[in-house]
Design a binder for this molecule. Structure first.
Ligand code: NCN
Ligand code: DMD
Length: 348
């Protein structure tokens, strides 16, 4: 609890002076002001986060939190639960979707076992297991408040380790069969939405059975009555260990003034938890893609984070966040490489 409390305390405001200076530079680059759109906004946000007029995001890591879910026993997925274990190992072997895209983008993949239901003995997977999967949230709390806090702190620890190693931008990713179910519950509770509106197919659950899946989400909320104003309560009652870990990464990024790129639906649910715990966290988050998962648009709206990529993706793992890393880095190249009107001898 001490680490969590201390981390939250360190989260400050964006550096408005650095943002003003960055905006002035970006506006003076040789282009009609505003014409590089979101790239311009990104540089200004990065300046606010880092306090630098020439921010760098060249040391990239995607932290992939892996965990299992007790609500699996309610029959809300089509894939076997063992996929979590197998894919967690595959993250360290470099052969998953996020590994492929991270290789292209030049980002390290950091897989973390925060709650897979079996032991993962794979070199390269960081063992930070808090619990062998959550309990079935349709019958009671997914985990205790203490476990939720511990999982948040695992995320903080892993992020801080990466920051100590010199990473200047982080992305969140996850692997967890069943995790669209707790994510839908989180979005429903925090946003006050009907579970039927925010429950989607996840990893190809049949559309004609979605009512059943949403009913499980509804039951989990009714059984646990989470307090929407208390992010840790929501996390413990209807969340997941990997969701907690990602929320911890976001809090640590904000505390250390390092940008954190949010992946798809599950990462967005984690962002909602982090921002409920400390609303200032939002300023340090950068959205990536619009996940095709049904509830993703609601989560983005709640967060006030406008996606930058519309690629019809819904894999998770950090795939969309990693793609966005390349765009975010390209924004810093715009800032560093372009000349200004004055340098070109044009007076405007
Ligand atoms: O993040 C997303 O946008 C996303 C949307 C749908 C599915 N997923 C991934 O698929 C798994 C969850 O789907 P499910 O059907 O098992 O709940 C989990 O491992 C996620 O990484 C991820
Ligand atoms: C194969 C597979 C890979 C995944 N990666 C993230 N979620 C996943 C779900 C499945 C089923």
């Amino acid at each position: 609890m001490i680490l969590l409390k201390e981390t939250i305390k360190r989260i400050g405001e964006l550096d408005s002076k650095a943002m003003e200076k960055a905006k002035e530079r970006v506006d003076n680059l040789i282009k009609p002001p505003g014409s590089l759109g979101r790239l311009e906004e990104i540089v200004i946000q990065l300046a606010g986060i880092t306090g630098e007029i020439y921010p760098k995001v060249d040391k990239k890591a995607v932290i992939v939190m892996a965990a299992d879910h007790g609500v699996f026993e309610e029959g809300v997925v089509v894939f076997p639960q063992e996929v979590t274990e197998i894919q967690t190992k595959n993250m360290a072997r470099g052969v998953t979707g996020v590994c492929a895209l991270a290789k292209y983008v030049g980002a390290d993949v950091v897989p973390v076992d925060i709650g897979v239901k079996v032991d993962i003995n794979e070199p390269g997977v960081i063992n930070k297991k808090v619990k062998y999967g959550t309990d079935n949230m349709a019958k009671g709390p997914a985990m205790s408040r203490e476990e939720a806090i511990r999982a948040l702190e695992v995320g903080i620890e892993v992020a801080e380790e990466q920051i100590k190693k010199g990473k200047n931008i982080l992305a969140t990713g996850e692997m967890g069969i069943c995790n669209t179910t707790p994510s839908a519950a989180i979005v429903s509770v925090i946003g006050g939405y009907d579970p039927f509106e925010v429950t989607g197919i996840g990893a190809n659950f049949p559309v004609d059975k979605l009512k059943y899946k949403a009913g499980v989400v509804k039951r989990a909320i009714e059984v646990n009555s989470p307090n929407p104003k208390d992010g840790i309560d929501v996390l413990a009652k209807v969340g997941g260990l990997e969701i907690a870990g990602m929320a911890g990464v976001m809090l640590a990024g904000a505390a250390n003034r390092i940008p954190v790129v949010v992946d798809g639906f599950i990462s967005s649910a984690a962002a909602l938890i982090a921002c409920t715990i400390e609303p200032k966290t939002k300023n340090f988050l950068i959205p990536s893609h619009a996940s095709k998962e049904k509830g993703a648009i609601y989560a983005s709206e709640l967060l006030g984070l406008k996606p930058m990529l519309y690629m019809d993706m819904r894999l998770g793992e950090g795939t969309g966040a990693v793609l966005a890393l390349s765009l975010i880095e390209s924004a810093t190249y715009m800032n560093n490489e372009m000349i200004t009107f004055a340098e070109a001898g044009i007076s405007v």
